[in-house]
Design a protein around this ligand. Structure first.
Ligand code: FMN
Length: 135
């Protein structure tokens, strides 16, 4: 099974999860600006929400790379919402891209909220999660 990791971050929180997944799988986490050059059976799509919405670059990435995505596994951080999963699922459906029911979410620091998140526990948990997904 071929896996890939892409992330979008504004303040660095989501990159921590992306790097941990990539380290666990022995691959490289790349920014969302890097297109998928070959088919990924599993794409760990690491993202967040800003003023309640997923960034337009994430939307564009899904649309531009749909033919090279076997299945999206959503990985998100946020300060308030429980997950970006519903938004990502909707966007993927609009592009005809499959989304795994399994996802990873944890809190991400924002101003005075959730200082230090994702923390070492989250990093460990996302590594275990990625390992289970890829088998
Ligand atoms: C400009 C901005 C707007 C945000 N808006 C929301 C929001 O509407 N809901 C929420 O749950 N978190 C919100 N957050 C918090 C981020 O989702 C959280 O800090 C996340 O971990 C950021 O990920 P990043 O560091 O990878 O960019 C916002 C953060 C920023 C910087």
């Amino acid at each position: 099974m071929k896996a890939a990791v892409r992330y979008f971050t504004k303040t660095g929180n989501t990159k921590k999860l992306a790097d941990a997944i990539a380290q666990e799988l022995g691959i490289e986490a790349k920014e969302i600006t890097a297109p998928l050059e070959e088919k990924a059976d599993v794409l760990f799509l690491c993202n967040s929400v800003y003023w309640a919405g997923v960034d337009s670059k994430v939307k564009q990435f899904i649309s531009d790379n749909k033919s090279n995505i076997g299945k999206v596994v959503n990985v998100s951080t946020a300060a308030l919402i429980e997950s970006s999963y519903p938004q990502i699922k909707k966007l993927c459906e609009q592009s005809g891209v499959s989304v795994s029911d399994e996802e990873f979410h944890c809190k991400g620091s924002f101003k005075v909220m959730h200082k230090g998140k994702p923390d070492s526990g989250d990093i460990q948990a996302v590594k275990v999660f990625a390992g289970k997904i890829v088998g």
